[in-house]
Structures are given as structure tokens and as C-alpha cells.
Design a protein around this ligand. Structure first.
Ligand code: NAD
Length: 433
């Protein structure tokens, strides 16, 4: 399905957290890659300094690098108090990237969108890509990401350009500048025992290496499938996918309350056998397992007929990307708090303090008002409360089927790698252990 000729890549935002992992993944498989960014942080690949909102600068980099595939991950960080900057970079800048690609005959554009474009504070439970866009985005960052995604997809198939947008959720891993730093601050303030909400809401995360891998797959498969490939994909839709077990090495369900038989009144005659198989980590279900599809399923024959098979293409499509291992929202921070406790030999022994969501929202409101009055950035906001109390889990079947994406690194290993990297960075910076 990939094109026979190797692409030459320009990673826009390649100095950033995700961008750097994409560059490394491309280098690791022997690809030719350059970076375009407003800052240079690495010196091992050709670098073009520039701002994406300046079309001529992007064009210049495309000409000089000879790129045939653009991977565009540039964006200002989330959480800045500057709506105009988000619009300028994410919307006008992305339009400039598209214009430059068209002007230079570049055939492929992979855009990093965000799972946040469908989040407005309400629960998202196993949602797939058919979920319509929001009337009102959660904040200016997500509004600009949604608009950028829209113009990227609208550009697909015009002027010889194929485009795709990936929507990762909660990226973490070595090189991250926000997630671990924020948790460390909370831990340093002695607030790691505070939890907002009851932690029954499941949340999806994405290890950065997995996210980079998804970008490479999207680039490889961006050229529209042939009839033969489509037929093969359609055949495979009738076979169940294996469960994702990158962390546990065994099938896993996202809640400890789950039982293989569900809530039943009268157990079936083979209940004991089903339970025994369930408890046995070595049990392999007979393969192939059929995929059961109802009319509301995104890959049912009816759904595909309605959409003219478009969801089976990469070009012109969006894909949610996660680790496929949703956890209670606070489980991830708690693992890292535990790492800090052990590393600094300073466990937080205070009793866990669980703040109900409604109270959290009231306090968030008060903190925002206070910060406004004294002219400071609020540390505790209603957005943060909604974010940590909502369900945010995404169905990644489309990415698995169509991109061929499978998470390579599980949550646990990802967290270990993240913490090791964080300790090494502190050592490099000469910080006390
Ligand atoms: P990052 O800030 O580490 O990287 C972004 C890069 O873009 C930086 O190197 C920055 O210098 C560059 N950049 C910013 N403005 C630019 C401009 N005008 N011109 C050229 N370069 C510019 O961010 P990240 O966490 O690696 O995020 C990468 C992408 O993934 C972003 O598009 C972000 O919206 C998206 N995303 C991130 C997350 C997450 O949890 N980090 C989740 C979902 C989506």
C-alpha cells in the first residue's frame, strides 16, 4: 500500500516534543528528513528557520529540502492567554503550509490535530471519528486546531495534494515540557494528595513514540488505496482485532468491575469455563474471532455504503490516536507522584483529599476571578476541573484497521521511560536529587 519511491520529509515543528520523536523515527528507518521551526533545538538534520504564517518561508524550505511529504506538528502550547496567536499560527499558518505545498507540487501533508477538538467538557465515551465537530470549542487553542483540521481536510485531493489529520489524546513521554513539569510542581507544593472528582472517569493517553509511529504510518498510506487493497481491508473488517495488551501482556478491560459474562441473572451452563479462561493469562481465544457489527457500527456495510467507503481511505480522513489503554484519570498522575516520592524519599503521607466536581468548579471560578483581580495566571481553573472529571476515551479501531496502527509501547513502560528521562534531564541541569 505504500508508494514505491521513498518520500523526503519536512517536519514542521520538528524541534518540538512530538516533532522530535517523529524526526528520530524517520531517521531510525533511514529516511531523508529536514526540520522547519521557529527555534532550533537539535543539530543532526538540515534545519530551516521560519514561521509557518509566512508562506514564502515555508515555500523556501520546501524548495531547498526537496520534500515530498510534510508532517505538520507546529502549534503554540496549549494554555496561553493569546487567542490571536493561536489563530495566526494554527489557522493562517496551516493555510500557508497548504498554499506552499500546492505551489511546490508537494503531494502529501500529514497534520497533527488534537482529540481536544471534540471535547467541550462533556463525557466522551468510546467515541469514533463520526462524532460531529463542536458548535463552540472549549477554548481558543482547540477552536484554532479544529479550524486548521477543517482546512487541511478540505484541501485533500485538490491540486495533487493528499492530506490526513491525526487526533492524538494526552501525549506523554520523554521530551515533554508540560505534563511531568506540571505534576512535579504540584508534588513540590505538597498537593499530590488532592484529587478532583472520584476517578471513575476513564481517560486516554498516548505515548509519544506511538504517536510518532502513527504519523509515519499515515504518511506511508496517504496515497489512495487501490481497489484490491480496499477489498482486502473490507474482508478483514469481519475479523475481530486482538485486544491491546502492550502494558499487561494479557487482555485487559478498562475497569476492575468488568466481568466476562456481564451482569446476568442466570449464569449460562458453561459459565465456569468462561470464567476460567478469563482468569488464565495464557488463554488464547480461537482465531479468527468474528467481528460483530450492528447497523450503528462505523464499519457496518450500511455505514460504509453511506460514506462511499471513504472511512477506509487515509487521504481526507481523521484518526483518533491513543494508547488504547484508558485508565482512571488520576491513575497516571499517581504513578508519577509515586515516582517522585520514591526518588526524593519524601512520601506525601497526607490522607487523600477528594474534592467533588461541583465544589471544584466553584473553587475554579473563584480562583479565576481572583487571578483576574490581581492580574495573574490562575493555577486552578474550571477547565482543569472539567478536564480531570470528564470521560475522554476514543475508539481507535479506524486507526488500527486503516492505518495499521498498534500501540508499540504500553502505558507502564511509557511512564518508566518518561521518568528516567526526567531524572536524567535534572542530572544534566545539575539539580539536587
Ligand atoms: P511543542 O510545543 O513541543 O512543539 C511545537 C513546535 O512547533 C515547537 O518546536 C515550536 O517551536 C513550533 N512552532 C510553534 N509555532 C511555530 C510557528 N509559527 N512556526 C514554526 N514553528 C512553530 O508541542 P507538542 O506537544 O510536541 O505538540 C505537537 C503537536 O501535537 C501540536 O500541533 C499540538 O497541538 C498537538 N497535540 C499535542 C498534544 C499534547 O498532549 N502535547 C495532544 C494533542 C495534540
Amino acid at each position: 500500500m505504500s508508494t514505491s519511491k521513498k518520500d523526503v520529509y519536512l517536519v514542521i515543528g520538528g524541534s518540538g516534543f512530538l516533532g522530535r520523536h517523529i524526526v528520530e523515527a524517520l531517521l531510525a528507518r533511514g529516511d531523508s528528513v529536514s526540520v522547519f521551526d521557529i527555534v532550533q533545538r537539535h543539530h543532526d538534520v538540515p534545519f530551516y528557520s521560519g514561521d509557518i504564517s509566512e508562506e514564502e518561508q515555508v515555500s523556501d524550505a520546501l524548495r531547498k529540502s526537496g520534500a515530498t511529504c510534510i508532517i505538520h506538528t507546529a502549534s503554540p502550547l496549549h494554555g496561553l492567554d493569546d487567542p490571536a496567536l493561536y489563530w495566526k499560527v494554527n489557522v493562517d499558518g496551516t493555510q500557508a503550509v497548504i498554499n506552499a505545498a500546492l505551489a511546490n507540487g508537494v503531494p502529501k501533508l500529514v497534520y497533527t490535530s488534537s482529540a481536544g477538538v471534540v471535547f467541550n467538557g462533556n463525557d466522551l465515551i468510546d467515541v469514533d471519528e463520526r462524532l460531529p465537530g463542536l458548535e463552540k470549542a472549549m477554548d481558543p487553542y482547540n477552536e484554532s486546531k479544529a479550524k486548521a483540521e477543517e482546512i487541511v481536510l478540505a484541501a485533500n485531493g485538490k491540486g495533487g495534494l493528499y492530506t490526513v489529520a491525526l487526533r492524538p489524546a494526552g501525549i506523554f513521554g520523554p521530551g515533554d515540557r508540560q505534563f511531568v513539569a506540571g505534576l512535579f510542581q504540584t508534588w513540590q507544593r505538597g498537593q499530590s494528595h488532592i484529587q478532583v472528582g472520584d476517578n471513575t472517569n476513564l481517560f486516554d493517553w498516548t505515548y509519544v513514540g506511538n504517536c510518532a509511529y502513527a504519523h509515519l504510518l499515515a504518511a506511508d498510506r496517504l496515497v489512495p488505496h487501490s481497489e484490491k487493497d480496499l477489498e482486502r481491508l473490507k474482508d478483514e473488517l469481519h475479523v475481530g482485532l486482538p485486544s491491546i495488551n502492550a502494558t499487561t501482556q494479557r487482555r485487559r478491560v478498562p475497569t476492575s468491575l468488568a466481568r466476562p459474562l456481564g451482569p446476568y441473572v442466570t449464569p449460562p451452563p458453561n459459565a465456569e469455563k468462561i470464567l476460567a479462561n478469563w482468569e488464565d493469562p495464557a488463554y488464547e481465544p480461537p482465531v479468527p474471532r468474528p467481528a460483530v457489527r450492528g447497523k450503528f457500527d462505523q464499519f457496518s456495510d450500511a455505514a460504509l455504503a453511506r460514506d462511499h467507503d471513504a472511512p477506509l481511505q487515509v487521504a481526507g480522513q481523521v484518526f483518533f490516536i491513543t494508547n488504547g489503554e484508558p485508565t482512571g484519570f488520576w491513575d497516571m498522575p499517581r504513578v508519577l507522584y509515586g515516582c517522585f516520592d520514591a526518588h526524593f524519599q519524601r512520601p506525601n503521607t497526607k490522607r487523600r483529599w477528594i474534592l467533588p466536581q461541583q465544589l471544584g468548579l466553584l473553587l475554579g471560578s473563584a480562583a479565576e476571578w481572583w487571578a483576574w483581580l490581581v492580574g495573574k495566571e490562575p493555577g486552578f481553573t474550571r477547565y482543569r476541573v472539567s478536564y480531570s472529571c470528564a470521560w475522554r476515551c476514543f475508539n481507535i479501531e479506524k486507526a488500527r484497521r486503516v492505518l495499521g496502527y498498534e500501540p508499540q509501547v504500553g502505558l507502564e513502560e511509557g511512564l518508566e521511560r518518561t521518568f528516567e528521562w526526567w531524572v536524567a534531564e535534572r542530572q544534566k541541569a545539575g539539580k539536587a536529587q
